[in-house]
Design a protein around this ligand. Structure first.
Ligand code: ZN
Length: 436
């Protein structure tokens, strides 16, 4: 990268970002907010730890860590018979009969207000009934019993964490344990609406006047467009400073803000993925154990010489695997995607009205801005931009860092340049003033 004048468009391409055709007509200055977001993302991307690579490293980490954050998603409950949302045969794939614009609409607050019948004609399928915790849940309980669990952040609403006896836990997306009136906020225990759920009826508020259309009860699972429960921000602000190991289990990390947890923990803290498939839209984990999480958990317990309640572990037999690369283990069922390009709806942040500053929040910032965080639907905005996620060392990194330093130094001037070009100066010399 030489010094001189550059358009925002050309600098964006330097960061391996391919702009969608919808932005072809955008003027240079209109792209500057996007460039800032891209720079912020580049700055806070996490590098894989070079010394953590093997399953034995994972065993040692678990042995020596005392403040483990476990982030769980639908993958830990699939073996219990609970349908997940995003897989091929998941909940979203079965919503055709409901005449929705998109499957996520089933869990959209605005849509619920207009048409609650749709949700209540389906809710019985989600209602936690006679399911039993999986070995994966039991493993998290065991971590807690051994004093190693800092917190289990779960995206699941099936309450199997409670059933497994896990107490250090935040249900990030709420649960069926309570329900509230969407008009007055009156809260009832979950079993108050149980009968309505199974009769596929819309339950009305017991305290509001009967003739009001919007006096209806909604289970306190978090819909798109709703704020996350207060506990999420309250605990996470402290936990991210204390955490000494992050294990992501059974989550495709596609829904913000829970998915953003991995970027907000100090980067030197080891991150392990236990999941059916590899995730190409996030920075590489230090070790990836891919396959059925229950099997992988049993293998970890075997190596740790730990007993799992009511789970049979064959102490003498190692679980078979192949290596996709030195830190990526493929166990039975694993889906490994080698593609390095992934689609990320980064630009939706701009159009959703989230300003670029909130995107630059990282673990170093102290301000609790969680109050404004809503459950963000990644599919509401159709504009997708491509980001090349290379997990190898990138030769261009020096160039990119140079550009960021340069732009950071002249923040005020970028928007005022008459040609709306971005001027890159030689920062090493003293004559680094921008001359318009
Ligand atoms: Zn009410």
């Amino acid at each position: 990268m030489k010094y001189g004048y550059y358009s925002a468009r050309s600098l964006i391409s330097l960061f391996d970002v391919e702009l969608p055709p919808q932005l072809d007509t955008y003027k240079n200055f209109e792209l500057i907010p996007l460039l800032k977001i891209i720079m912020a993302r580049f700055n806070r991307r996490r590098q894989k730890l070079k010394n953590i690579n093997t399953i034995d490293d994972v065993i040692n980490l678990i042995k020596n860590s005392n403040n483990i954050i476990v982030l769980t998603g639908a993958g830990v409950s699939v073996s219990c018979g609970i349908p997940d949302f995003r897989s091929e045969n998941g909940v979203y794939s079965r919503l055709d009969e409901f005449d929705l614009d998109e499957p996520q609409q089933m869990f959209d607050l605005e849509y619920f207000k207009i048409c609650p019948q749709t949700f209540y004609s389906f809710a019985h399928e989600l209602y936690p009934s006679n399911y039993e915790p999986s070995p994966s849940h039991k493993f998290i309980k065991l971590l807690e019993d051994k004093g190693k669990l800092l917190r289990n952040y779960t995206q699941n609403i099936d309450t199997l964490e409670q059933k497994a006896g896990i107490t250090r836990m935040v249900q990030c997306h709420g649960s069926f344990a309570t329900a509230s009136c969407i008009r007055c906020g009156y809260k009832v225990p979950g079993n108050y609406i149980e009968e309505s759920i199974f009769k596929k009826e819309v339950p009305s508020c017991p305290v509001c006047p009967k003739d009001l259309d919007d006096a209806i009860l909604k289970p306190n699972i978090i819909f798109f467009g709703e704020k996350l429960p207060d506990e999420f921000g309250k605990y996470f602000q402290k936990d991210r400073e204390k955490c000494d190991l992050l294990i992501v289990m059974g989550s495709s990390l596609k829904v913000s803000p829970v998915a953003d947890i991995i970027g907000k923990i100090p980067h030197h803290i080891p991150q392990i993925l236990i999941n059916l498939e590899s995730l190409t839209h996030v920075p590489p984990f230090d070790v990836q154990l891919l396959g059925y999480s229950d099997n992988i958990i049993k293998e970890l317990c075997r190596k740790l010489d730990w007993e799992l309640e009511d789970v049979n572990i064959n102490k003498n037999e190692e679980l078979k695997y192949t290596l996709a690369k030195p830190s990526v283990y493929l166990f039975e069922g694993a889906k490994y995607n080698e593609k390095k390009t992934s689609k990320v709806s980064l630009i939706s942040a701009l159009f959703a009205g989230i300003d670029s500053d909130s995107d630059s929040d990282d673990f170093r910032t102290d301000n609790n801005n969680n109050e404004n965080v809503t459950h963000h639907n990644p599919n509401t905005n159709p504009i997708i931009i491509e980001i090349n996620n290379t997990d190898e060392d990138d030769d261009n990194d020096d160039d990119k860092e140079k550009v960021i330093r340069n732009i950071d130094q002249h923040k005020e001037n970028i928007n005022h340049d008459s040609k709306n070009n971005i001027i890159l100066n030689d920062n090493s010399s003293n004559s680094s003033d921008v001359n318009n």
